[in-house]
Ligand binder design. Sequence first.
Ligand code: GTP
Ligand code: MG
Length: 605
Amino acid sequence: MSVLFQTVINTGKLYSYRNLTKTISSCSCVLVRKISDVPRKFITFDEVVAARRAEARRSLVVQVNSEGSFSELHSYCSKYADIKGIHHYKNISEEHFMLIEFNTEENLKDVLQNCCSHQKDIDVMSLQSPFLWFRAAPGNKDKQMASCSASLVTKDGSSFPSEDTLFEELMGAATVSDQIQLLYDRTKLNDLSVRLRYLVAREVEIVMGSLYANVEVRPFGSSVNGFGRMGCDLDLVLSNVLTDEMTDPSKRLVFQEKRGGGGSGPLELCAGALELRVAGARRVQRILHARVPIVKFAHHHADIDCDLCHANMSGVYMSELLHLVGGLDGRGGGGAALVFAVRRWAAAAALTAAAPGRWITNFPLTLLVLFFLQQGPQPLLPTVRYLVQKAEKEDIRKAEDNLNCTFLRDANKLPLSAYSQNDASLETLLLQFFEFYAQFDFQGKAVSLNEGAAIRKPNALPLYIVNPLEQSMNVSRNVSYEECERLKLEVRNAAWQLEAALETGKTDDWGLLGLIEKKTTRGLKKLLRVGNSHRLVSVKDLFTNDEEQPSSIKDKLEKLGKKSDRDSKTVREVAVTTGDKKERIKFKNSQVASEVYRIRRDKMI
Ligand code: GTP
Ligand code: MG
């Protein structure tokens, strides 16, 4: 596979040729493409999906004892097939897994032929799936052969920085733009997570493929549209694929069919199959009477929460549109970085929530950002109408109910003048985003990415964001009046807060930090923050006091604060004088103790 293709598959995003040789992990700098830069090669959504699906078809996930099982597993599998790479990860239960990619699909078949199903004495129906486990070798035979020169491609690939570590890094960034880029680089879906998502889809497809001749299971939504963060849910769609051959009228022998097997039937069957036939599927939940019926489940081995729907190709085409538009903005992930910052801000301001309800969700929020990028005399993004106008014959797509989802798929065919004429920094764009919506006439206007302009609202719903693929629909129809008012208020607050932060310079919650820190915990965090860092003193660390507990955290910190004005003799065990009484507070380690002493008094509420 070419370097170009590999890079794009790894990231799902575009990079300029000059950036192609950089690995994903090295992309921590802000990549702002200037108009003078070399034009980029756009990899279409279909190309990315085809490559990922092929990759999944030659991959397996094997549960192992530990990361140290690598050599043994590698040498065992190498007996049967050529290995392209092995990626290690842990799930939430700290169980270890290795995702093995073989060179070809044939290689994988050879390996599968040498897998066994179950132990003789256990009565289970055998199940072939891409998720396996590695049995200990009898008599340590393989261990002797286990020395291999290869090494893991990825180690602990599902881990991502804790909130404290992330905030610490954001604290140390040089500019707000760097903070925004850093947030994106540290939290976006990584290559292994994308591989796992396609493997879960493959597993469901194999099971359903044993019941139907023409099914396909594909990921859509943020897992594939370029706006996914580590840990996001996996949206899957089960589709009926009808090939020309299957519907060839010249063929006279026709299969008898089961009538009434459509509707939510396949989804119900799939829920049953998930419960009975998919080893990793847990907590299967049928939500079949919703507007879009879904089956929810958690995939234990891949550590992913999944929503499976049926016959919803418009969702896939929407993901394709977002992939296209998100890849166009000319800043190598900058548009996505802006979306990440806005999503984090919205979550912190409790505008979005994990459960659906009368509030805005990430998808319409993303559309709000993309709409903003279409604004101004030098818009970063073209209108959807323009993309539809530029569509060619091969771009024609019809979703269910004959919904026309035709738009230009290959951005290489777009003239550069259609986008990317703006070199504004991410910091400026974020501020402008808040200012734009602080002044937006939500009451009278609807957001239309098709027109790239606010249009008259067709009805009185509080928030109206036109569905770009189905213009008679509002993707934010669920948003209540109160929630829309809160959105208006919060964008105004954010604009004010960011502007003030840019003027005052670096404080302990400078730039993006003040915007993405959860409001509910902000007071407590401020109280517990250590010195100028964003690391928090854990309550456990603070209170290892074997004499007397003070009445509150505030009391304790105040006492520590008073003490910090003076020199302390010992950092590990510290005498704190309160009136006549002397308390000894023990800290787990001296660093925590000394950092606590650096807390300034004005930080203690
Ligand atoms: P997160 O899961 O929050 O990371 O974002 P997401 O983009 O995956 O959103 P969500 O899981 O809510 O929805 C999955 C996909 O379904 C979206 O990306 C859209 O493509 C599509 N979708 C969501 N809401 C709507 C809607 O109201 N109308 C239509 N047509 N599609 C929607
Ligand atoms: Mg999703």
